[in-house]
Design a protein around this ligand. Structure first.
Ligand code: BV8
Length: 239
């Protein structure tokens, strides 16, 4: 018998934004200008070929702001759950760097891998909202003299953000829901094990079984715009 469901932790990945028109990492074999994304999204790539890395993020930042790219039914269902859940807390952790959760009405979104619509000072590490392209000639507004800026993104080999708040939420979770993630990138892929060890009921909502699917108690496979609203409807009705 599952203990009373109070605190929910939701982890989303690129799959929740796929139906909004944003490519997932494993689409097109995860390539960018014939480079493996894992080879572009690294500090080494930024040091070796900054123009390529600035270009990669400028293109994705521009794509995110296209008229056609907007939150889909899955983003709106998550926002509904965050708004209507009265039994406890809903902590939303995303691996995504887009702002579709916020545009669907979600609050306190923990972007553990950073955000596209932000630029970070290479000297002070201060991040500021930015929707324009920027490159090696761009400068911050927080230093004197101004310093170079970088995408406000957590690259492979860099420490993800908000880990203290995420770990606390996982330890207190009664339900852990992973949506649209392949379970290939750590530490995010390890969250289901952490939550389950503390007694959480784990649910996987995805197009197909992820690499960590055996760690989940419950699965619903299909497009996020179908399985996520169905899950939220059931959670709100049953509790
Ligand atoms: C860390 C920002 C330690 C970039 C991202 C060697 C060297 C260094 C590190 C490592 C190493 N080997 C392993 C590691 C650890 C590494 C890692 O896990 N590597 C993997 C490749 C093995 N992790 C790290 O480096 C992390 N940091 O370990 O730091 C440390 C410790 C102390 C001090 C310092 C450092 C940092 C990882 C973060 C990397 N940055 N993003 C950017 O966005 O440009 S990760 C990036 O890839 C995304 O953010 C995302 O998280 C990930 C892709 O995962 P998904 O979101 O799951 O997307 P994917 O395409 O894989 O899957 C989509 C899913 O959706 C699929 O299952 C599909 O079926 C489903 N789907 C598709 N359509 C739909 C759908 N579902 C529903 N509906 C649909 N319509």
């Amino acid at each position: 018998m599952m203990r009373r469901m109070r605190n929910i932790v939701i982890l989303t990945g690129a799959g929740i934004s796929a139906e909004s028109g944003l490519k997932t990492f494993r689409d097109n074999d995860g390539l960018w200008e014939q480079h493996a994304i894992e080879d572009v999204a690294t500090p080494q790539a930024f040091a070796r070929d900054p123009a390529l890395v600035y270009r990669f993020y400028n293109a994705r930042r521009a794509q995110l702001q296209q008229q056609a790219v907007k939150p889909n039914l899955a983003h709106h269902a998550v926002a509904r759950l965050q708004k209507e859940w009265r039994q406890g807390t809903v902590t939303l952790v995303t691996q995504n760097v887009d702002d579709l959760h916020e545009r669907a009405g979600c609050s306190n979104v923990l972007h553990m891998h950073g955000e596209l619509l932000s630029q970070r000072c290479c000297r002070s590490n201060q991040a500021v909202y930015c929707k324009e392209p920027f490159d090696a000639t761009s400068r911050c507004q927080c230093c004197d003299p101004p310093s170079p800026v970088r995408p406000d993104i957590v690259w492979f080999g860099e420490m993800p953000m908000h880990m203290d708040r995420i770990e606390k939420a996982l330890y207190n979770a009664d339900v852990f829901v992973a949506i649209g993630t392949s379970g290939q990138v750590y530490p995010a892929a390890g969250f289901v094990a952490m939550a389950s060890q503390c007694g959480a009921h784990a649910v996987e909502l995805n197009l197909k079984a992820s690499d960590t699917n055996t760690l989940f108690d419950e699965h619903d496979y299909g497009p996020a715009t179908v399985v996520v609203p169905r899950f939220v409807e059931r959670m709100l009705k049953e509790n």
